[in-house]
Design a protein around this ligand. Structure first.
Ligand SMILES: [Cu+2]
Length: 429
């Protein structure tokens, strides 16, 4: 891999996005004011071919500043969208153009990286199609799983979180439901299938604070990609993913009927998010079946990347041992090695190094840790976001320092991020 340089080629695809306040309707009976891209929630699906140059002109019609981050794609540093790290935030009324080469192929999403704007709805899927997929399928659906927070998100210390349950040392925002593709379970999307087809589902956990368990009634899944990157196909009847993670799975339509595709919050008590897998032969009638309990849940250890990551074999050139924990004192803070970002030291690395990060989670809650600008190896998988379990859970990731710049490494629970659980990984000469 070579470092990503700023792209000056003519774009293959140009898109305009406008961030503005708008109305969303997660069910026919429910509407609320949220923030949207192009008045859509989730934002419009961006879909390009691997290697295409994508140019996105973002117009900020909000009353506050914003940015867009291209979650998972190792873009050139200046277009990574982290305010005050890779760019000045885009002021109200201003525009900014993000241009980058969309590679490697995979299932990604884009979202605001300012404050708590992600939990106001500023998110959308980004699909980079591979020219030659390693699995066969007849059609595909994108499944954006989210938690639903009408109104303005607040940190718990703002005393605006009334109604949220206290959960194992953390406070959950007062979510009013769980969504698939912006729809509450009483208003489920229908995924039409025909018997005999193979369906590729691209699952994105675009939530701000929810770990989901995903199942499809009546069907086994074959997981084919983790965080967009191809893995040796592995069967599972469920998987768990945290905020920022993605899985692709292929399902063989061999069991006619109407079946719920369901995503349960592991740490919340909202009714599960639902869509319906509907065989054409049912004519759209009949009560959808619910999934039974899982007995073959995907584990990270089941994942084997199809091709290995360069530059991470053997002994690392540099190792960081980091503890993840809740800050002490009155205020709501989350820390890495006792420091709450932005009052935190950068993690300095040099170009070309094999870098290892060992994390120990001293808190009782899970943290989905995400690295910008790079993929990392975790076990035999290649990912960009990994769940670190609570109660002294340990996870080690390795990456190759092949994309110079200043990159955020952080918890993708938006509230933990906003309360300090982040560091800048900084290239130094
Ligand atoms: Cu966290």
């Amino acid at each position: 891999m070579t470092p990503r340089s700023t792209v000056t080629d003519e774009p293959d695809t140009s898109v305009s996005l406008t961030a503005a306040s708008g109305t969303i309707r997660p069910s026919p009976e429910t509407s609320t004011t949220n923030w949207t891209y192009n008045e859509q929630f989730p934002g419009p699906e961006l879909r390009v071919q691997e290697g295409d140059v994508l140019s996105v002109e973002l117009t900020n019609d909000l009353r506050e500043e914003t940015t867009i981050h291209w979650h998972g794609i190792p873009v050139p540093n200046p277009v990574d969208g982290v305010p005050n790290v890779t760019q000045d935030p885009i002021a109200s009324g201003e525009t900014f153009t993000y241009t980058f080469r969309a590679e490697p192929a995979g299932t990604y999403f884009y979202h605001s990286h300012v404050g708590l704007q992600l939990d106001r709805g500023l998110l959308g899927p980004l699909i980079v199609e591979e020219p030659d997929p390693h699995v066969e399928y007849d059609r595909e659906y994108v499944v954006v799983v989210d938690d639903y927070l009408p109104g303005e998100p607040r940190l718990p210390s703002d005393r605006g979180m009334g109604g949220g349950g206290r959960m194992m040392g953390d406070v959950r925002p007062p979510y009013e439901g769980l969504l698939i593709n912006g729809r509450l379970p009483e208003n489920p999307q229908m995924f039409d299938v025909a018997e005999g087809e193979r369906i590729r589902f691209r699952f994105v956990n675009a939530s701000s604070a929810t770990v989901f368990g995903v199942r499809i009634a009546g069907h086994e899944m074959t997981v084919t990609h983790a965080d967009g990157q191809p893995v040796e196909p592995v069967d599972a009847d469920s998987f768990v993913f945290g905020a920022g993670e993605r899985y692709d799975a292929v399902v063989e339509a061999t069991n006619p009927g109407r079946w719920f595709l369901q995503a349960d919050a592991l740490d919340g008590n909202e009714p599960p998010a639902r869509a319906v897998v509907e065989y054409e032969s049912t004519g759209g009638s009949g009560t959808p079946q619910s999934p039974s309990s899982s007995n073959n849940r995907l584990q990270y250890g089941d994942l084997r990347a199809v091709s290995s990551l360069d530059g991470v074999s053997g002994r690392p050139d540099r190792t960081f041992d980091l503890t993840l924990s809740r800050g002490g004192g009155q205020s709501y803070t989350w820390t890495i090695d006792g420091q709450a970002y932005p009052d935190a030291d950068p993690l300095n690395i040099r170009p070309g190094e094999h870098v290892r990060i060992r994390m120990t989670n001293q808190s009782p809650v899970v943290h989905p840790m995400h690295l910008h600008g790079h993929f990392f190896q975790v076990g035999n998988a290649i990912k960009d976001t990994v769940l670190v379990p609570g109660h002294m859970g340990q996870v080690t990731v390795d990456f190759h320092a092949d994309n110079p710049g200043r990159w955020l490494f952080h918890c993708h629970n938006l509230y933990h991020l906003d309360a300090g659980m982040a560091r800048v990984v900084r290239y130094v000469e």
